[in-house]
Design a protein. Structure first.
Length: 227
């Protein structure tokens, strides 16, 4: 077997492994989002609700990536997926921007009104689990796939966000500091703004590539017809 064939087979094996990893990621994010939002609403925790909503937004990217990997695993054409990825990038960026505004406004309102959320053992548990699951997925996704390696970086960011959530929830539960949830939400916002900036940059880059591709297609000479 030639080196090229071995590399192709290794890449195909990595893509198949990537599909399995991304299926697990999507299922985990659904559970994490649902549990976080419900626990946040029950406890009145802005921090948990924001964490859950961030997962809902990131699910868009996760589902598109799973679609792409599934097509790659079958040896199909990913052109349609790339077009969907470009559209999804803008949706994710805009939704993250709106979430930033929501978190900032809600946290400031909570601090001004001195509102206090209840302790949330369920929220603490899901944040602690996320701190274990997301880094493990990030390490496992370092395969022969640019899309997966990009997703691995996002998983590390999610783990850092989960750590912020966990610290805020524990401080609120142990010391009953009325401001802990809102201050932790503002710290969470720092990660969220960074994630939003990266999503916007990715969307702009994708739009630039699409524009360049369109110009190249228009500049390509057309075959002349019969004289």
């Amino acid at each position: 077997m030639s080196d090229a064939s071995e590399m192709s087979e290794a890449h195909a094996s990595d893509v198949r492994a990537g599909v399995r990893l991304e299926v697990f990621t999507v299922v985990w994010m659904i559970l994490e989002a649902a549990i976080s939002i419900v626990a946040g609403l029950v406890a009145g925790s802005l921090l948990l609700v924001a964490f859950g909503l961030d997962n809902v937004i990131e699910l868009i990217s996760g589902v598109i990536l799973l679609w792409r990997l599934s097509i790659e695993a079958r040896g199909g054409d990913v052109a349609r997926v790339e077009q969907a990825e470009r559209r999804a990038a803008w949706v994710v960026a805009v939704c993250l921007g709106l979430l930033c505004v929501y978190v900032l406004a809600s946290a400031v309102y909570g601090l001004v009104t001195r509102s206090m959320s209840e302790a949330s053992p369920v929220g603490i548990a899901i944040a602690a689990l996320a701190m274990v699951v997301m880094p493990s997925l990030a390490v496992a996704k370092r395969l022969d796939s640019g899309a997966l390696r990009g997703d691995a970086a996002s998983s590390f960011t999610c783990a850092a966000m989960a750590a912020t959530v966990l610290v805020g929830l524990v401080l609120n539960a142990v010391f009953q500091w009325w401001w802990a949830d809102d201050v932790a939400a503002l710290v969470f916002l720092v990660w969220l703004v960074q994630e939003t900036r990266e999503a916007l940059e990715e969307a702009r880059q994708d739009a630039g590539k699409e524009s360049a591709s369109g110009r190249a297609e228009r500049a390509r000479p057309r075959p002349s017809g019969p004289v």
